[in-house]
Design a protein around this ligand. Structure first.
Ligand SMILES: O=C(O)CCC(=O)C(=O)O
Ligand SMILES: [Fe+2]
Length: 399
C-alpha cells in the first residue's frame, strides 16, 4: 500500500488522510510538468462527434490521473461574462466603502458565506472582528453559496428560497429563519447576473463530471451528475478572491511570500478563472511548479480545473487531488494585485464517497493490491467538507 498522503491545510492542521493516491509516488527522475490545455469544443457544443468526444475524454483522463490539474479552452463561458463578473468582484473590493464591506450582517460566518477580509486569518480569530490588524499576506474574499433548504421548523414545512447562488437562508429577526441571508446593496443589485453566471459554471462542471464518468467507464454517463443535483443541498461555493500587494516590510521566505498555504480542495472539482496575475503553484513530485494564467488565442481566460478530495475518495485515489498554494514569489509579483474567481463544486451533502461502479477503478485497485476501505475510512461529502472548512476557517470554534 502506498504511504498516506497528508491532507495539508494551511500547514496548521491535518484533518485526515487519503491513503491511496496516484500522486503519492513521485515520478522518476525529476518531474517535468506539462500541464495539458484541453479544447472542450470536441465534447461540449454543437460540433461534437462520438470520436471527438472520445478524444477529449481520453485527454481529461490522462490529465486527472497524472497531475489532477488541467487547463480548459473553448469551455463555453463567454469572455464578456467573465469580464463582467471580474468587474463585479473588483468593484466590490474597490468601490464599496470599508465600513459597508465589513458590516457584520454579511460577514463570513458559520454558513461559510459572506465577506472575509485581510484582518481575518486563522490566527487572528473572529472574522467579524475587524479591529485586529490586517495580515498583509492574507487575501480578501467574497464567498457566495448556493441556496439551501430551510429547516423543518420553518412554517412547519421544508421550504426554500430557491437554489441559486446567494439565496442562503438567514437567521435574522428573532433568531428565526424568516428571510434569506442579507447581502450588501452592491451585490443585490447584481444578483441576477451573478446567478446566471454561476449557473453556467455549474453546467460546465456537470459536463466535466460526464467526461469523468466516461473516462472511468461508468455505464451511466449521468452517474456523478445525479449526485450533484442543483436542487439538493451541497457546499457549492463561488468566490471572488483579491490578493492585495504585499508591502516590502513583510519578511520574504525562500519561496517568496506565501499567501495561501499548501492545501488540497475539498469537493469534487474546482474551476478557477485567473484574471492574469501569476501566483498559483502546484506540488508535483515534491516540487512547487508555477501554474500561470493562460488565455486562448482570442484572449479568453482558460478555466483551470483541479480534482478535489471528494473525487479522490470516490475514485479510491485514482484521480489526484493535488496540493497547491498561492505565492508572491518575486518583488514584482508582490507589488501586484491578484484577482481570481473560483467555483468549488461539491457533491450533495449526504453522498457517501464509496462504491463507484467503475471497472477502471476496480482494475486499478486490484493491480495495486489496495484493500477495501473500512467503514471508518468512509465519509460523506458533507462530513468531509465541513471537517475541512472548520479546520481551515475555524469559524465555529472561534464564535
Ligand atoms: O488563488 C488561487 O489561484 C487559488 C486559490 C485556492 O487554491 C483556493 O482558494 O482554494
Ligand atoms: Fe485551492
Amino acid at each position: 500500500m502506498s504511504p498516506p498522503v497528508a491532507v495539508d491545510i494551511g500547514g496548521t492542521a491535518i484533518v485526515g488522510t487519503i491513503s491511496k493516491s496516484n500522486t503519492s509516488t513521485p515520478p522518476e527522475p525529476s518531474p517535468r510538468l506539462e500541464l495539458p490545455t484541453i479544447d472542450l469544443s470536441g465534447f461540449r457544443g454543437a460540433d461534437t462527434t462520438p470520436a471527438s468526444r472520445t478524444l477529449v475524454v481520453d485527454a481529461i483522463h490522462k490529465a486527472v490521473t497524472t497531475h489532477g490539474f488541467l487547463y480548459l479552452v473553448n469551455h463555453g463561458l463567454p469572455k464578456a461574462d467573465i469580464d463582467d463578473l471580474f468587474g463585479i468582484g473588483k468593484g466590490f473590493f474597490a468601490d464599496v466603502p470599508d465600513e459597508v464591506r465589513r458590516d457584520p450582517r454579511w460577514a463570513f460566518g458559520s454558513d461559510y458565506a459572506g465577506y472575509r477580509d485581510t484582518s481575518f486569518s486563522i490566527e487572528n480569530g473572529k472574522p467579524e472582528d475587524y479591529t485586529r490588524p490586517a495580515d498583509p499576506r492574507v487575501e480578501a474574499a467574497f464567498m457566495a453559496r448556493r441556496g439551501d433548504k430551510l429547516p423543518a421548523s420553518f412554517n412547519g414545512e421544508r421550504s426554500h428560497f430557491g437554489y441559486d447562488f446567494l439565496n442562503v437562508p438567514g437567521k435574522w429577526g428573532k433568531g428565526e429563519f424568516d428571510k434569506t441571508r442579507v447581502w450588501p446593496d452592491y451585490i443585490v443589485e447584481r444578483q441576477a447576473q451573478v446567478q446566471a453566471f454561476t449557473k453556467k459554471m455549474y453546467e460546465l462542471g456537470l459536463d466535466l463530471l460526464r467526461a469523468f464518468a466516461l473516462a472511468l467507464q461508468i455505464e451511466d454517463e449521468e452517474w456523478f451528475v445525479e449526485r450533484h443535483r442543483y436542487d439538493v443541498p451541497s457546499r457549492d461555493s463561488f468566490r471572488w478572491i483579491k490578493y492585495p500587494p504585499v508591502p516590502d516590510s513583510v519578511k520574504r521566505g525562500p519561496d517568496g511570500v506565501v499567501r495561501t498555504a499548501a492545501h488540497s480542495d475539498f469537493g469534487s472539482l474546482t474551476m478557477l478563472i485567473q484574471h492574469g496575475e501569476p501566483g498559483l503553484q502546484l506540488n508535483w513530485g515534491g516540487q512547487w511548479v508555477d501554474i500561470e494564467p493562460r488565455p486562448d488565442e482570442n484572449g479568453v481566460p482558460a478555466v483551470l480545473i483541479n480534482i478535489s478530495d471528494c473525487l479522490q475518495f470516490w475514485t479510491e485515489g485514482y484521480f489526484a487531488s493535488t496540493l497547491h498554494r498561492v505565492v508572491s514569489d518575486t518583488p514584482a509579483h508582490q507589488a501586484q494585485t491578484r484577482y481570481v474567481m473560483a467555483y468549488f463544486m461539491r457533491p450533495e451533502h449526504d453522498t457517501r464517497l464509496v462504491g463507484l461502479p467503475s471497472p477502471v477503478v476496480k482494475r486499478w485497485l486490484e493491480e495495486k493490491g489496495f484493500p477495501e476501505r473500512t467503514e471508518e475510512e468512509i465519509v460523506t461529502a458533507g462530513e468531509w467538507t465541513d471537517r475541512k472548512l472548520k479546520a481551515v476557517y475555524d469559524v465555529d470554534q472561534k464564535k
